[in-house]
Design a protein around this ligand. Structure first.
Ligand code: ZN
Ligand code: ZN
Length: 94
C-alpha cells in the first residue's frame, strides 16, 4: 500500500509493509521509548530503507484517533490524512 503526506518527503509517498497487530503494538511502544531505535528496527526487521523508516516512525500516532500534527481527535481509519491539517497518520487501532 502506498501512503502519502502533503507535508513530508518523498512527495510520491512510500510503500508501507504489511504490519501485523503484534508488529503495530511493538512499534508503537518502541516509538514511545526511542524513535531512533524504531527506525533502526524497521530497517533491520522489515527491510525498509532509511528514508522510509523515518517516514513511518514520524507518522505513527501516539494515541488512537488523535492527529500527530494538530488537535483533531476523530481519526477513524488506520492510514489516513487528517481532514483538518492533511497530515498523514498511521492511526493504528491497537
Ligand atoms: Zn507527514
Ligand atoms: Zn491534523
Amino acid at each position: 500500500m502506498i501512503v502519502k503526506c502533503k507535508n513530508c518527503f518523498p512527495k510520491e509517498g512510500i510503500e508501507v509493509p504489511v504490519f501485523s497487530q503484534t508488529d503495530k503494538l511493538r512499534l508503537s511502544e518502541m516509538k514511545l521509548e526511542s524513535a531512533i531505535r524504531t527506525v533502526k528496527c524497521l530497517m533491520a526487521d522489515y527491510k525498509v530503507n532509511h528514508q522510509d523508516a523515518k517516514f513511518i516512525v514520524t507518522h505513527i500516532n501516539v494515541s488512537y484517533g488523535k492527529c500527530n500534527r494538530c488537535d483533531f481527535d476523530k481519526l477513524d481509519r488506520e492510514y489516513l490524512n487528517c481532514p483538518k491539517c492533511e497530515a498523514l497518520n498511521f492511526n493504528w487501532k491497537i
